[in-house]
Design a protein. Structure first.
Lengths: 113, 111
């Protein structure tokens, strides 16, 4: 009964490259959430997705960031043209229903050189 | 725009109960109180949540005051592995999917 899986666990990119972060929710969970934790800061909500739909993206930066949760496969958080300020831990969470509590993954640590 | 207030840090002796307070004086009738914790560098872990009744599970107990303006998370027998940042979060039924984490309480359990 695997929990939320995220890969890669660590990702290093140079400025201007693209970063793709993957999240496989817990089995049976159709709601996925992405959070970002900047160094020495708190966790910030980014986006909430349900299969093939973005429900709430109020925490997503307006440019360079996008997220999807296709019918098949993992949820992807994509960051284009990364900058040093994107260096952070990105956590994915999933829940069984909108009212359920979120189960978090171990996170992806993105480092931008 | 924090809806909860927690002490920044607290220490607890191993084996003793840890009582973590949280103030949420502006809580609305449709808002639940959630507790999560984050052990260093790991993903947050759900602990417990409640609306107005006290709740207990295998990890902790949640005591909510009658006026719902504050609550206390109780870890009955703290262990070294309970050292973490504990977050008290208020969430409305119409804002599912968006947890607003504050600064939390850094709990250090000492031998």
């Amino acid at each position: 009964n695997a929990g939320v899986m995220q890969n890669p666990r660590h990702l290093v990119r140079r400025r201007g490259q693209e970063a793709r972060l993957r999240c496989s929710p817990m089995k049976g969970h159709s709601h996925v959430y992405w959070y970002r934790q900047l160094p020495e800061e708190g966790l910030k909500f980014m986006v909430y997705l349900q299969k093939e739909n973005i429900i709430d993206e109020s925490g997503m930066p307006k440019e360079r960031f996008s997220a999807e949760f296709p019918k098949e496969g993992p949820s992807i958080l994509r960051i284009q043209q990364v900058v040093r300020g994107d260096s952070a831990a990105y956590f994915c969470a999933s829940s069984l229903s909108a009212e359920g509590y979120e189960v978090f993954g171990p996170g992806t640590r993105l480092t931008v050189l | 725009d924090a809806k909860t207030t927690q002490p920044p840090s607290m220490d607890c002796a191993e084996g003793r109960a840890a009582n973590l307070p949280c103030n949420h004086s502006t809580i609305s009738g449709n808002e639940y109180v959630y507790w999560y914790r984050q052990i260093h560098s790991q993903g947050p872990q759900y602990i417990i949540h409640g609306l107005k009744n006290n709740e207990t599970n295998e990890m902790a107990s949640l005591i909510i005051t009658e006026d719902r303006k504050s609550s206390t998370l109780i870890l009955p027998h703290a262990t070294l592995r309970d050292t973490a940042v504990y977050y008290c979060i208020v969430r409305a039924t119409d804002s599912w999917g968006k947890l607003q984490f504050g600064a939390g309480t850094q709990v250090v359990v000492t031998p």
